[in-house]
Design a protein around this ligand. Structure first.
Ligand code: IMO
Ligand code: MG
Length: 513
């Protein structure tokens, strides 16, 4: 595998792995794979909203904050958490403990002195705000305090890692920041507020104060306590990155996906950082032009989305969105869904689109790594992909999770569908800059506005899925003909340059093209 990777990355010094959909496209696996090649692995966007899964020596690790190269620390690889990240110390210290308890080191971890802190207030505000929104306005955030933390930054009131090294400055800033959360808490329903306060992300209730509602002194005490363990990692990572470009092999690990980017995504159903390669480069102190190769990850011929927002090609449409977005006990939901599928296989009922979605969800393990929520399932949406390829200016794609589609064969060769264009069905014309889209018009490149997407009907092509087990194929020469047909179709429809196929969780289940 090492030789294959080296051959694949010949002439590349800085590589970016970014998702071109709504997140959860297997960035963890790819980053883990390439981390054997890299000297530096760096994250630069988002925070604990990301959930990156790595399998090592038969054990599965999910990291929300630490870069996915962290388990290779003892090989001398630098893992960097860049200045663009928003970091909760409660979560970070828990992840560090997990790494250490499993016998791994973190001697070469570096955290930007300008990385933004997620404080308990941000998590409280994120969750209270989401609760206060009416059903149609909810975003379905991960509740990790991401938007409020970035808001503090842009409101020029944020607290950064470096402040932890100067406790007086830290205390002053934290006291100023607390007010908004306390005010919101005082207006919230006591029950809701209490439930939020006792969550593990808020250290199981230690910041709750029966009179003051939020115990600011405890926040300060706890954070300065964590800072004692974390201080040794804090430094100017931007300058390390700048000085390493062209000299060391750098792997940039994206979080979320371009369709969730604050700048390019389906706004407002997005996260609050720019999850494109451009935002990623900036978030680690580099320029977009420093990247030699950008790999855009998409799932192999299906798609997922967690939380609210438009999803034109959703299998089961509204019904699926309703089902997935109203889950309060995710673990229970998963067990129920498994039972439904088991029964389905026993009785051999007819297959609805919603059921196809359920099957793909179970087969692909499509339950959030961060929140355990069921991911909404749909078909590959080419208008959205064309849009992402247009704004990123990149054609290099990786198709992941291709092995998942085999499940369609188990239910009697249900066809695979690909949405290759939309038809606009809005009664009112939609104005997009100088363009006017009218009812009945066919759209090949998506417009990322939810108000527009809601009024688009997907138009599908159908394909037969291969019946061969592709999880053991190690060369593009041996791909089943039905998969080859799909790859040719994808190239023809989007101009994509398909560089890698991932056909399983393990590193060697990767086909370089
Ligand atoms: P990885 O890196 C999938 C989604 C949330 C929500 C919206 C805003 O694992 O691919 P936020 O908490 O960021 O304010 O939520 O964005 N979201 C993700 N969905 N994968 C992620 O990360 C995500 N990070 C945020 O579900 O809809
Ligand atoms: Mg995720």
């Amino acid at each position: 595998m090492k030789e294959k990777i080296n051959a694949f990355l010949k002439d590349v010094m800085t590589l970016a792995v970014v998702c071109y959909q709504f997140g959860d496209t297997g960035k963890g696996k790819l980053v883990d794979l390439f981390s054997s090649w890299a000297d530096i692995i760096a994250r630069g966007t988002g925070g604990a909203n990301a959930g990156h899964t790595i399998c090592l020596r038969g054990k599965e690790y999910i990291f929300n904050l630490l870069p996915s190269g962290i388990l290779k620390d003892s090989e001398g690889k630098l893992n960097i958490m860049g200045s663009g990240m928003v970091i909760s110390l409660i979560k970070l210290s828990r992840e560090l403990r997990l790494v250490h308890e499993n016998g791994y080191t973190t001697n070469n971890l570096k955290i930007s002195h300008r990385a933004k802190l997620v404080l308990p207030f941000h998590i409280i505000v994120d969750r209270l705000k989401e609760l206060s929104l009416c059903k149609g306005d909810k975003i379905g955030t991960t509740g990790k305090g991401i938007t409020p933390a970035y808001l503090s930054h842009y409101a020029r009131e944020g607290v950064v890692m470096n402040d932890l090294l100067n406790p007086d400055i830290f205390v002053e800033k934290v006291r100023k920041m607390a007010n908004e959360a306390i005010e919101m808490a005082s207006k919230a329903k006591r029950d809701d507020f209490f439930k939020i306060m006792v969550s593990p992300d808020l250290d199981n209730g230690i910041f709750y104060h029966p009179k003051k509602l939020i115990d600011v002194d405890m926040v300060i005490k706890k954070y300065l306590g964590y800072a004692k363990d974390i201080a040794r990692y804090i430094c100017d990572t931007d300058s390390i990155m700048r000085n390493s470009v062209g000299k060391s092999k750098i792997l940039l690990e994206g979080a979320q996906g371009v369709l969730l980017s604050i700048d390019y995504g389906t706004y407002p159903y997005v996260t609050s950082s720019d999850s494109s390669a451009e935002g990623l480069a900036k978030g680690v102190g580099l320029k977009h032009s420093d990247i030699d190769l950008e790999l855009g990850l998409i799932k192999g011929f299906y798609m997922t989305r967690v939380g609210c927002g438009p999803f034109t090609s959703e299998a089961g449409g509204e019904e699926s969105a309703e089902l997935c977005n109203n889950v309060f006990k995710p673990e229970e939901f998963r067990r129920e869904e498994e039972a439904i599928i088991e029964k389905f296989f026993k009785n051999g009922n007819s297959v609805s689109e919603l059921m196809v979605g359920r099957l793909l969800r179970i087969s692909g393990g499509e339950y959030g790594a961060t929140t355990k929520r069921p991911r909404r399932i749909g078909w590959l949406d080419l208008p959205l992909l064309r849009y992402v390829m247009e704004v990123t200016g990149n054609k290099n794609l990786v198709l992941t999770k291709l092995d998942v589609l085999n499940v369609l064969n188990q239910i009697g060769g249900e066809p695979l569908r690909v949405c290759y264009k939309y038809r606009y069905e809005g009664e009112k014309p939609y104005n997009y800059g100088e363009v006017i889209v009218k009812k009945g018009q066919v759209i090949k490149v998506a417009i990322p506005d939810p108000k527009f997407l809601e009024q688009c009907e997907p138009i599908y092509d159908s394909f037969e899925v291969w019946s061969e087990d592709i999880s053991k194929i190690d060369s593009s020469d041996h791909l089943p003909i039905n998969l080859k047909i799909l790859l040719i179709y994808l190239k023809r429809e989007t101009g994509a340059n398909i560089r890698i196929l991932s056909v399983g969780r393990e590193a060697d289940q990767t086909i370089f093209m």
